[in-house]
Design a protein around this ligand. Structure first.
Ligand code: PXL
Length: 282
């Protein structure tokens, strides 16, 4: 069996369990060789933790990629998440063009907004650039806030209707997309999950689990990587979606019960073994 190789293009938030520090262990647990391309180095993520340090690694990206090219390293997949600046988005377009081959599957999570508002430091110009960047991906994975920003749809609080979710999904599907995934979907207050629009089949798939109150940092990254790992390991869109919803929900529930600071991320580590088993059909 040929092991698949993915490159995870994300910042390193040293503390706080998001981006590279969750992407790499989850994709590895799915059996995928995970190469990292760090875009920036921060002491923590920017979500509610004050005084963080930030070092852009922008000038390292092309030399790293050129070295890989010289070595003849090829990638089956690319995943991108939080980027941080419009200049960096432009750089990542060049990086993607250099790294992708005919068969490379690209998943992009816009990672720029939640709960109706843009993350700290981002403006409408950033959102517009990110929308164009995501249009290049085979799979785009926004939450509802991001989907609204990307499609010019007014943001609404849930519970949602199938019509509202279906409209967002279809509006997000451009000429390149094979699948569009919306996170933060719920039709009743007891459940929370995701919806996937399979563009080729023109079919919408849903996956839900029990809803836990509260906002937990880093769960979008956990979900995106859990989905992609399962998918790259050979699972269907539907099974990958359910595996990602369950893995994320269980991580949140564990953290809710432990009553740890929600800014510090969730305990996904305790679920990795079960996730790996599920992904490999055991
Ligand atoms: O989880 C997304 C993310 C990644 N990286 C950094 C962030 C955030 C979200 O706030 O601040 C640096």
């Amino acid at each position: 069996m040929n092991q698949k190789r993915v490159v995870s293009i994300q910042d390193i938030s040293c503390f706080g369990k998001c981006s590279i520090t969750v992407s790499s262990p989850i994709l590895s647990a799915a059996g995928i060789e995970t190469v990292v391309l760090p875009t920036a180095l921060l002491s923590t993520h920017t979500g509610g933790l004050e005084g963080y340090t930030f070092l852009s690694l922008e000038n390292e990206l092309l030399p790293i990629v050129q070295h890989w090219k010289k070595l003849g390293i090829r990638f089956d997949a690319i995943i991108t998440g939080y980027v941080g600046s419009t200049e960096m988005i432009e750089k990542l377009e060049t990086v993607e063009n250099l790294l992708k081959g005919e068969e490379t599957v690209i998943l992009s999570d816009p990672a720029m907004a939640d709960n109706g508002v843009l993350y700290k430091g981002f403006d409408e110009n950033y959102a517009e650039k990110m929308k164009d960047f995501c249009a290049r991906a085979d799979i785009v994975l926004p939450n509802i806030t991001e989907a609204c920003l990307m499609t010019g749809t007014p943001y609404r609080e849930g519970p949602y209707t199938k019509e509202y979710i279906g409209e967002l999904l279809r509006k997000l599907a451009g000429p390149r997309q094979k699948a569009v995934i919306l996170t933060g979907v719920y039709f009743d207050r007891g459940h929370l999950g995701a919806a996937l629009y399979d563009v080729q089949k023109d079919e919408i798939i849903y996956a839900f689990n029990k809803r836990i109150e509260g906002y937990y940092h880093g769960t979008g990254d956990i979900f995106a990587n859990a989905f992609f790992g399962a998918y790259l390991a050979g699972n269907s869109f539907g099974n990958s979606l359910q595996a990602a919803v369950d893995f994320t929900q269980e991580s949140i529930e564990r953290t809710y019960k432990a009553k740890t600071d929600i800014r510090f991320g969730v305990n996904f580590e305790a679920g990795l073994e079960e996730y790996a088993r599920k992904v490999h059909g055991k």
